[in-house]
Design a protein around this ligand. Structure first.
Ligand code: SF4
Ligand code: SF4
Length: 96
């Protein structure tokens, strides 16, 4: 009999039951992954971040699905942000 592998310490942490909490954080663009220009904000020093809308969410977030609409070209920081990590759980707590 095979037993499914689950994280019993954090059984409820999943992007599918999260309202994309981490997509309200500031996301710096430090490498060119192909993010469309319309989703990029440039500050007075020339630094690039993901554009955030008035409600704080990243402009690349699909509001119908609450999924990333540019997943294949999302910034490096978004790729490194790990589901279930300390930062993830912190953000879920803050936004809950
Ligand atoms: S990585 Fe964490 S905070 Fe981000 S959407 Fe997934 S569960 Fe939510
Ligand atoms: S680029 Fe995608 S994964 Fe990154 S913050 Fe925006 S919507 Fe979230």
């Amino acid at each position: 009999m095979s037993i499914p592998i689950t994280d019993i310490s954090e059984p409820d942490v999943s992007c599918s039951n999260c309202q994309a909490c981490c997509c309200r954080l500031e996301v710096m663009i430090i490498t060119d992954t192909g993010v469309p220009q319309k989703h990029i904000a440039v500050d007075e020093w020339g630094a690039e971040t993901m554009l955030r809308l008035d409600d704080g969410w990243c402009s690349a977030l699909d509001r119908d699905t609450m999924m990333c609409s540019i997943y294949e070209v999302r910034p490096w920081i978004c790729r490194e942000f790990e589901m279930g990590s300390y930062e993830c759980r912190e953000e879920r707590t803050v936004t809950a």
